[in-house]
Design a protein around this ligand. Structure first.
Ligand code: KIV
Length: 277
């Protein structure tokens, strides 16, 4: 890994060179620091932080202010990766003017380098307006968590020819509108590979098979910090929940048994203090 700052051009070159693009999510300073040090290309302040970090039932209640708050911490931590933040539900659905206002606020107040938004052809005018104003955009199609609760279900997409065609059209529309990358969530592997082969911009898959130009997972899922259900497409690369629980339990029992703090964790005072007893 080089220390070269990740740019949109570099991501484009990685697609051409068939070098995989790595994206990780982060919502706070320590995780962003570690993700950046690991060599991730893109760090996403994804609105999955609503569930992963804030304990919310979904993403729809997240506000722009909350996304700005988390993004500020992430931006402070990252030296090399490109930082992108999700425009939360309700901050761009009213159209290009609202999207521009939200994205400009996000960029000015947090220092983030670009935004991600959910939608295909229906968001093309928004993507055109944002990129026209010089704001880098990642589009996101397939399973769309922001609207999954509003009628659609959490199901994989593009399993038959008609479904694949709809997704391909959406992908081509967001590329034409100026998106510099595309997240494919829960898209059938062959469809994701087909879309990847037809686009000039890189695709980043989550639950969309190995044929994408890059991969993303929610960091809490891959670190084993998610309690309860994790989606089928997640591989857990660590079991931090167990390690953290063990550390907390050991701290508690060592305090109760007088083993902690030990002399090396304590500060000494002069002998005179004895007189005050
Ligand atoms: O919110 C998020 O973390 C995302 C990723 C799953 C791509 O959108």
């Amino acid at each position: 890994m080089t220390n070269q700052k990740i740019t949109l051009e570099l991501l484009q070159k990685k697609k051409v060179a068939q070098e995989k693009i790595i994206m990780l999510t982060a919502a706070d300073y320590p995780i962003a620091r570690l993700a950046d040090a690991s060599g991730a290309d893109i760090i996403l302040v994804g609105d999955s932080l609503g569930m992963a970090v804030l304990g919310l039932p979904g993403t729809t209640s997240l506000t722009l202010e909350e996304m700005i708050h988390h993004t500020k911490a992430v931006v402070r931590a990252v030296r090399r990766a490109l930082v992108i933040t999700d425009l939360p539900f309700g901050s761009y659905q009213l159209g290009p003017q609202q999207a521009l206002g939200s994205a400009i606020r996000l960029i000015k107040e947090s220092g983030v380098q670009g935004v991600k938004l959910e939608g295909g052809r229906n968001q093309a005018d928004v993507i055109t307006a944002l990129t026209g104003a010089g704001i880098p955009v990642i589009a996101h199609i397939g399973l769309l968590p922001q609207t999954a609760t509003l009628g659609r279900t959490y199901q994989s997409q593009g399993k038959d020819a008609a479904g694949a065609q709809i997704l391909l059209d959406a992908a081509l529309a967001v590329e034409a509108a100026g998106a510099f990358a595309l997240v494919l969530e829960c898209v059938a592997s062959r469809t994701a590979a087909l879309i990847t082969s037809k686009l000039k911009i890189p695709t980043i898959g989550i639950g969309s098979g190995p044929g994408c130009d890059g991969q993303v997972l929610v960091s809490n899922d891959l670190l084993g910090l998610t309690q309860g259900h994790t989606p089928k497409f997640v591989r857990q690369f660590a079991d931090l929940s167990r390690q953290i629980e063990e550390a907390f339990t050991t701290f508690g029992s060592q305090v109760r048994q007088g083993e902690f703090p030990a002399p090396e964790h304590s500060f000494t005072a002069s002998e005179e203090i004895e007189k005050l007893y």
